[in-house]
Design a protein around this ligand. Structure first.
Ligand code: URA
Length: 436
């Protein structure tokens, strides 16, 4: 029987680029969670994973060990169950649209989300912009709510993938998010422990995503599919554009308003399209809609108001103010508004997602320090998207801020980032690859 490497030996070998066996990786992760390896050692390993990559055996070992840090839910008695996850983007509030639509269609949606990571927003931070919303439910209440209401969205807890909760925060503060293996293990540990049988993955690619190209996104998607295979789950995936933010806002309450507008039958077309597609994938993969029929059925839940009614029941069940879906004033708003304007007439050619995500984080919509409280009200409102015609002096971005100096610095920064072309520019396609 082989003896697993000690944490220090594993780090030394990994640094030299030597292969490390999966058993040693599992032993390392188990030790770290149990206190036998330090956070410094885990951070060093994560940095090596970002710089050198992880082989698929190491990713599988990490995923299994993260799942083993907590309980696993068995949702078998609830009927068709679904879960969805994005690999991380800017303005990506798809979950707030897709979850109530899928639940209105009859999928029992059991979703565990995370907070903002690096320059990307996190679903839990967005939901916590809703006054009263409790993301930290006891597991029994989580399951009861899925059964009684149809859906629930929580954060990682001390009972369900607590290892991912700790590792997620460690990666965020050490700039070690950007590794396909670490992202795949983080997401799939939550999805597999959460127990849903159908999983829809939105793998983002482009400037503001953790994957640069559709090919990198496909590779990450296939890795996640392979992690789910031994568990008998059905995984569907799409790779979607993140060269510019999704929708019309970056920032927590601002994004909840966008999701609410979509559920009321309006809102940004790209957010609406993606929310509907994710819900349709869940409906088809879980068997509540025949293949090919999911999208039409998903659209019908917006038209007949059942998705909106589901959103109200869901948020109310988790202690939140249900009026956020119909009354924009029920959400916090920031006192300062400053415009970033188009420098001349033309077509918006670049609205770089990473720069906008970083700018929103600097305003306080995300964290630059682990103990920082997120400000739910601040962020960016996007008045135009790539391909839109703009005229000189027209606001392209409205900065929502609490502090004038930060607001002015943000405007000065973003004025140098947006690009207006004098020749017509096409909007980028939203869905760039899929398993279909
Ligand atoms: N979402 C997660 O849950 N984990 C990651 O690492 C990235 C996105």
């Amino acid at each position: 029987m082989s003896v697993p490497l000690a944490p220090l030996e594993l780090l030394e070998r990994s640094r030299r680029g030597e292969t490390v066996d999966a058993e040693s990786v599992a032993y390392f992760v188990r030790n770290w969670f149990g206190g036998g390896a330090t956070d410094a050692q885990m951070a060093a390993w994560c940095m090596l994973a970002c710089l050198q990559g992880l082989d698929s055996a190491a990713v599988a070992a990490l995923t299994a060990e993260l799942i083993a840090t907590g309980d696993r839910l068995d949702l078998g008695s609830l009927g068709p169950t679904g879960d969805t996850h994005s690999t991380g983007g800017v303005g990506d509030t798809t979950t707030l649209v897709a979850v109530p639509i899928a639940a209105a269609l009859g999928v029992r949606v059991a979703k565990m989300s995370g907070r903002g990571l690096a320059h990307t927003g996190g679903t839990v931070d967005k939901l916590e912009a809703i006054p009263g919303y409790q993301a930290d439910l006891h597991l029994a209440d989580f399951v009861r709510q899925i059964k009684d209401v149809g859906c629930a969205v929580i954060s990682q807890t001390d009972r369900l993938t607590p290892g991912d909760k700790r590792l997620y925060a460690l990666r965020d503060q050490t700039a070690t998010v950007q590794s396909a293996g670490l992202i795949a293990a983080s997401i799939m540990s939550k999805k597999l422990a959460g127990g849903a049988s159908a999983i829809a993955l939105d793998v983002k690619c482009g400037d503001g995503a953790f994957f640069a190209t559709p090919e990198e996104a496909r590779h990450a998607a296939e890795l996640m599919v392979s992690l789910a295979e031994p568990w008998g789950r059905t995984v569907r995936w799409m790779a979607t554009d993140m060269s510019q933010p999704l929708g019309g806002a970056v920032g927590n309450a601002l994004e909840v308003r966008q999701a609410a507008a979509v559920l009321r039958g309006a809102g940004p077309p790209d957010l609406r399209e993606l929310g509907l597609r994710v819900a349709a994938e869940l409906a088809e993969a879980s068997g509540v809609a025949p293949v090919g029929d999911g999208l039409a059925r998903a659209e019908a839940t917006i038209i007949d108001g059942t998705a909106l009614a589901m959103a109200e029941r869901w948020v109310e069940a988790q202690g939140g103010e249900p009026a956020v879906w119909t009354d924009d004033d029920a959400l916090p708003s920031a006192p300062i508004r400053l415009d970033v304007v188009a420098p001349h007439d033309g077509w918006l050619a670049a609205l770089p997602a990473r720069a906008l995500g970083e700018a929103a984080r600097r305003l306080g919509a995300g964290r630059l320090h682990p103990s920082q409280n997120v400000d739910p009200a601040v962020g960016l409102e996007l008045r135009a998207k790539v391909g839109h015609a703009v005229t000189a002096g027209e606001p392209v971005i409205v900065v929502h801020a609490r502090d004038m100096a930060l607001a002015e610095a943000c405007v000065a920064n973003l004025a140098t980032r947006i690009v207006v072309s004098q020749t017509q520019v096409a909007a980028p396609p939203l869905i760039v690859a899929s398993d279909a």
